[in-house]
Write a protein that binds this ligand. Structure first.
Ligand code: SF4
Length: 491
């Protein structure tokens, strides 16, 4: 069975899910969930960054994407010194396709790994150095000497002005010594991965995440752990792994079964109490106090943004978010509601949007958003790009209130499954409102749809209908806040 670099990354994150993918692909397909638009976008961005990286090399040859290891062998013997996408297969079935490979004068090789991030990731979920070790391992197994390894990634300081300059956009960072230090431990992990995927069976009744918190779980969790009930201990906000282990070992995987004397913090106890009493636990005094501090008019605001690895607009840097859409519902003290919305038609800084927004709200009242650090961060970016709006955007940030905070402590309903996301809170508080009928279902879908609409020459959907779908989605986000606010005012 072959092991690719992608497989190896998956193995490092979770051996069980890789085993399922390799040995029971039909079952894996059922549980892995949809290949997200977000991942699809990441892959496209990777190709785009690779395109610029190629401009950094001379005397190069671009091997076909599906070129075989045998074909690579013949090409490596040519006069070229740089090869894009050469592939290698070791005797043990470990396969690598290297982004860029340079033949050095002494006959050894320099591997370049291209990443669309602005730093070298070294975390548990994704470690770029381990990726590079994997490539080096396969080449060495195939009899080549690798004397240098570098990572090419995006320069976060780069600011686009007109045509992209590859030398400015990209950084080349040599990591030969770091790879050397990691190498033998990664080789051990590669060998362990080969052994694991070739096992005939693994324990199908449970996987290691049974003992880990929810942030570690993947979509295969329910496949492996069929006995876990609805309203499980994993939903408890910020529960520690230590407590999860304790509860699982005692056979208490349902919140309802947690013993009365089990130690939880106040917020967690409120969540458990909500489920046991089958009703929300509401701190009316705290909610009244919070809401009475808000100054009318109340502007319920939501941005949609488009972030790209390679900046698309002059003045922007890699991975910065471009605000392409806004919805604002403004409520006066007498309850009157007015609505403003704006949706960009092209990739450009939102100067016109800010003009119209300012006309609509002026620097008045309180701005209310859900997960306010996001809107505040976008306003800070726009202050830097469009300083003529600095006063207005600073006013917004200084008068921004995060409605989500109430659902972290003062209004806890077990039916939200331990989440304070607006998608979970809205159907519980206002079941008459729903996202399920909308064509655009979430922020990722919105950015993907808009990005394709304004930049893909092959976009063949109805543009006016697509704009209508995007406007409806963002409008519901702010209307949802209005309705939730009304519920909170009347409890
Ligand atoms: S839930 Fe965790 S251990 Fe289980 S398959 Fe997914 S990532 Fe692996």
């Amino acid at each position: 069975m072959q092991l690719t670099k992608t497989d190896f990354i998956q193995y490092l994150n979770c051996p069980e899910s890789l085993w399922l993918l390799k040995n029971k692909p039909q079952v894996y397909e059922e549980y892995k969930g949809e290949f997200s638009l977000f991942l699809e976008k990441l892959i496209q961005e990777g190709y785009e960054v690779e395109g610029y990286a190629k401009q950094l090399f001379k005397n190069s040859i671009d091997l076909p994407e599906d070129a075989s290891p045998e074909y690579t062998k013949t090409k490596l013997a040519s006069d070229n010194t740089v090869f894009f996408q050469p592939s290698f297969l070791s005797d043990k079935g470990v396969f690598a396709r290297v982004d860029v490979l340079e033949k050095l004068p002494n006959g050894s090789f320099h591997i370049y790994e291209i990443k669309s991030s602005t730093s070298i990731k070294k975390d548990k979920k994704h470690n770029h150095l381990k990726d590079a070790c994997f490539q080096k391992y396969v080449l060495q197994e195939c009899g080549y000497t690798v004397s240098k390894v570098s990572i090419i990634n995006l320069n976060k300081e780069y600011v686009r002005q007109g045509t992209i300059i590859a030398e400015g956009l990209l950084d080349i960072i040599e990591v030969t010594d770091e790879i050397e230090n990691l190498y033998s431990s990664v080789v051990n992990e590669i060998n362990a991965a080969i052994t694991f995927i070739n096992k005939e069976n693994i324990n199908a009744q449970e996987c290691s995440c049974l003992y880990k918190t929810r942030s570690n779980h993947c979509d295969s969790f329910s496949h492996f752990n069929t006995d876990i009930p609805d309203y499980s201990i994993y939903e408890i906000g910020r529960i520690s792994a230590k407590k999860v282990i304790e509860l699982v070992e005692d056979g208490n995987t349902a919140i309802i079964d947690i013993p009365l004397d089990f130690e939880l913090n106040t917020k967690q106890q409120i969540q458990v109490a909500s489920l046991k009493q089958e009703k929300p636990i509401i701190n009316n005094t705290a909610i009244d106090k919070e809401l009475s501090n808000l100054k009318f008019p109340l502007h319920f605001v939501d941005y949609e943004t488009y972030a790209s690895a390679v900046p698309k607009v002059d003045g922007m840097s890699p991975h910065k978010h471009l605000v392409f859409q806004v919805s604002i519902h403004t409520m006066q003290e007498d309850g009157t509601l007015t609505h403003f919305e704006w949706l960009g038609r092209s990739l450009e800084l939102p100067t016109e949007m800010l003009h119209q927004m300012q006309n609509f709200t002026d620097s008045t009242g309180t701005f209310i958003s859900w997960n306010a650090p996001f809107e505040i961060g976008r306003n800070k970016d726009m202050i830097a790009w469009l300083p003529e709006f600095a006063r207005y955007l600073s006013y917004m940030n200084e008068h921004m209130y995060d409605l989500m905070n109430i659902f972290k402590e003062d209004y806890v309903d077990y039916r939200c499954h331990g989440s304070s996301s607006i998608k979970k809170v809205l159907p519980v508080l206002c079941p008459q409102f729903s996202y399920s009928e909308l064509e655009v279902q979430d922020g990722t879908m919105a950015l993907d749809t808009w990005g394709r609409m304004v930049s893909d020459p092959n976009f063949n959907e109805d543009i006016e209908q697509t704009r209508k779908n995007l406007l409806e989605y963002c409008k519901l986000d702010t209307l949802a806040m209005v309705e939730i606010y009304k519920v909170l005012k009347n409890i």
